[in-house]
Design a protein around this ligand. Structure first.
Ligand SMILES: [Zn+2]
Length: 375
């Protein structure tokens, strides 16, 4: 089964988060046949798979997910979302084709090739979860805790998320910003709009502060390889529905995407202090999605550039753009982490697809990167 056929087999398994729908069993069977040691790590409703080959030495691991986002209205698709379809313009279409069953299939073929020719030192591994697109609580986050407890080391980790923009390999992620969300309830005193001295308008209290936070230069100086830290208001809600009442409360939801200049703890302390200084009484509910991580120059980035140069004749843009990924849980274990996968134009959309010619390049590319690290 080549990489296109294996991707198609995975698409056929309708693995909407947190369902794995047999994807990991299929992969486990193949890797066991290639000599891998396989562990199934199920937490709650989430299936995780950890497969390794080699007993000791530095570890190179591929990281991916078998779950997909829901297809949305099926009639909007040109072909059924869980029926893999080859299109006349050379695409393989189906939910998960690009995010990220194509990469997962390519991991399997790369690992089989590595098993077949053992001219490398150390250990190779594959970590898969079925909870990347969802809450990401019982997925790689839990596996990373387990790894930390038992002293499992990962030196280099390649995440197969669709990083590419115009052509395969043109963009490589070398880190991700942190993400922190807050729902704040600003507390005032309700009253008649004609008697503002007898009320306390929470909207009037909140607006100048929120405007200042949105306009603030959070980093001082640009942080190398990172876009500026940004504060974005996602929702602001207040009012009783009538024009003559000052409301007693206002609710605001905001999110920060932040550089390594900040941690969630530091941001929370800073923002709660800013509310206090501005005399805006509020109750805060914080949600931490993940701290930023950054992979500096090292063996993995050199391996990725070397393989992309030799195989695809390109020099990638190495950046930290985009949302968060499961790499955020593996980086704190001390691993160098990069993300490299197919083009991301169609991900999470109707008619998601991956270019067949690019899919065919992936296994050798991934194999080459692993060999350069383990050589
Ligand atoms: Zn993904």
């Amino acid at each position: 089964m080549d990489v296109v056929e294996l991707t198609a087999e995975l698409i056929r398994r309708a693995s909407v988060t947190p369902t794995d729908a047999g994807c990991q069993a299929l992969i486990a069977e193949r890797l066991q046949a290639a000599g891998f040691h396989v562990e199934h790590l199920r937490f709650g409703e989430v299936d995780n798979l950890w497969a390794t080959l080699g007993e000791s030495g530095p570890t190179f691991a591929f990281l991916g997910h078998t779950d997909v986002v829901p297809p949305g209205p099926e009639q909007a698709w040109s072909s059924p979302p869980f029926e893999p379809t080859l299109t006349p313009d050379g695409m393989l279409r189906g939910r998960g084709a690009a995010d990220m069953k194509g990469s997962v299939a390519a991991f399997v073929l790369a690992l089989e090739a590595l098993a077949a020719r053992r001219d490398w030192q150390g250990r190779v591994g594959l970590l898969l979860t079925s909870d990347e697109e969802g809450d990401a609580i019982d997925g790689v986050r839990r596996v990373a805790e387990l790894f930390r407890g038992r002293g499992e080391r990962i030196n280099w980790c390649l995440v197969g998320e669709p990083s590419s923009s115009q052509r395969l390999g043109d963009v490589v992620r070398i880190g991700r910003r942190g993400s922190l969300t807050c729902t704040a309830t600003v507390l005032g005193v309700q009253g008649h709009v004609a008697y503002p001295d007898k009320a306390d308008n929470p909207i009037h209290r909140a607006l100048p502060l929120l405007a200042a936070l949105a306009a603030r230069d959070w980093d001082g100086a640009p942080w190398p390889d990172f876009p500026p830290t940004s504060f974005q208001i996602a929702n602001f809600n207040a009012g009783t529905g009538v024009s003559n009442v000052i409301p007693g409360r206002a609710a605001v939801q905001f999110n920060l995407r932040y550089s390594p200049r900040w941690s969630a703890d530091a941001l929370i302390a800073d923002i709660e202090q800013a509310f206090s200084v501005a005399k805006v009484p509020a109750e805060f509910h914080w949600h931490r999605s993940g701290e930023p991580f950054h992979t500096g120059e090292g063996r993995l980035r050199a391996a990725v550039r070397g393989a992309l140069g030799d195989q695809l004749d390109l020099v990638p843009d190495e950046n930290t753009g985009g949302g968060t990924s499961d790499g955020r849980f593996i980086a704190p274990l001390g691993a160098e982490v990069v993300e490299l996968g197919p083009r991301n134009a169609s991900i999470h959309k109707v008619d998601e697809c991956v270019a067949v010619d690019e899919l065919n390049r992936l296994p050798a590319l991934f194999e080459d990167i692993a060999r350069r690290c383990l050589g």
